[in-house]
Design a protein around this ligand. Structure first.
Ligand SMILES: C[S@@+](CC[C@H](N)C(=O)[O-])C[C@H]1O[C@@H](n2cnc3c(N)ncnc32)[C@H](O)[C@@H]1O
Length: 325
């Protein structure tokens, strides 16, 4: 085990953690190891704190070996101060539990490409920063100067913050969870961006999109960039949403809000949906809304999530950067 983990961490020296980037996946078992126990887990680093995810039952002895590894080995030359463990092996998922040392009780700041994001280790099922979308945040930082941006399904708003710090003049952040949208606003302000209550919307994207379209058309202020990264399934007051069934409906609501020359970045986190089926759903929506769309770039997992090509289920992230012509 020790050898496998050390090898995985060693090649990530290329993406070395430094003062600019302190958050990184340091081990992705499902794609990176055939070890019977290690292949069930991933280890993410947030500063000096580790977040370990388990996807299927793992032996107690293996868990102990991982604890000893993190206790005794330095990662990128630094000791691990604390770790939490989340068990995702069944339908009932509890919050992450302390695994090593004393994990921070409060939210704390980690930097990625020099930008601070607030993350949390305890009393949560997710730390608040999706590391697989790091390339998208990097792109937003580099390209959004002067842009009008809409971030749907925003979670803790990391994409909004990257766009804001990239110079976007207006960023609308929307999510169905109230605590999450509050977290997004807190993290936005923590990143030195101006507090704008009206730009943080707690609501259902499918319900809000027609409203936003009406307002944007009236004010002649369509969006330059729209970010759309829904969960596989969700339930709101007005109904359910699933990427399997509702991608066309969702994109039909999005395209009218996007300026000509604007870019939609749309992704799904679903091992069961093929990229070509997702694209077909988008194409139908484009046709129905009379929108001419061109693919600029595909979205795939970044290098720090190496995947085994024989195991499609490990390649869950898919999507596109789409230009509206
Ligand atoms: C996969 S996460 C998005 C991650 C985010 N793009 C990021 O990079 O941090 C999905 C988010 O969609 C939100 N959500 C689920 N159903 C929704 C809906 N109908 N309208 C708006 N947000 C929704 C959830 O609360 C969750 O925060």
């Amino acid at each position: 085990m020790k050898q496998i983990l050390s090898k995985s961490i060693a090649w990530r020296e290329n993406f070395q953690l430094n003062r600019e980037t302190e958050a990184l996946r340091i081990f992705y078992g499902p794609g990176e190891s055939e070890h019977p126990e290690l292949s069930k887990i991933a280890i993410d680093l947030f500063g000096n704190h580790a977040w370990i995810t388990q996807w299927s039952k793992i032996k107690d002895s293996a868990q102990e070996e991982i604890r000893q590894y993190l206790l005794n080995e330095k990662v990128f030359g630094r000791p691990i101060q604390s770790a939490v463990w989340i068990d995702r092996s069944s339908d009932k998922i509890d919050d992450a539990k302390p695994f090593l040392g004393e994990p921070p009780r409060e939210k704390f700041e980690v930097r990625e490409f020099g930008i601070p994001y607030l993350v949390q280790m305890l009393e949560t099922k997710h730390p608040g920063l999706f590391l697989d979308h790091a390339p998208l945040r990097q792109w937003l930082l580099a390209t959004q100067n002067g842009k009008n941006v809409l971030n749907l399904f925003a979670y803790t708003g990391s994409l909004s913050i990257a766009a804001g710090r990239g110079g976007a003049t207006n960023v609308v952040t929307l999510d169905l969870s109230k605590p999450t949208i509050q977290w997004a606003r807190e993290s936005w302000v923590n990143a030195g961006l101006p507090d704008q209550e009206q730009n943080f919307i707690f609501g259902d994207a499918l319900e809000w999109l027609p409203r936003l379209a009406k307002k944007a058309t009236q004010e002649n202020k369509l969006f330059d960039t729209i970010l759309c990264d829904p969960p596989s399934f969700s339930r709101s007051k007005t109904g359910t949403f699933s990427t399997q069934k509702d991608s066309t409906r969702l994109h039909q609501l999005i395209f009218p809000l996007l300026k000509k020359g604007g870019i939609l970045v749309t992704s799904i986190n679903s091992e069961n949906i093929l990229e070509r089926d997702f694209l077909r759903d988008i194409a139908i929506a484009a046709e129905k809304t009379d929108s001419k769309i061109r693919i600029l770039k595909r979205i795939d997992l970044p290098e720090t999530f190496p995947t085994d090509t024989r195991q499609l289920s490990t390649r869950y992230l898919k999507g596109f950067y789409l230009l509206k012509e």
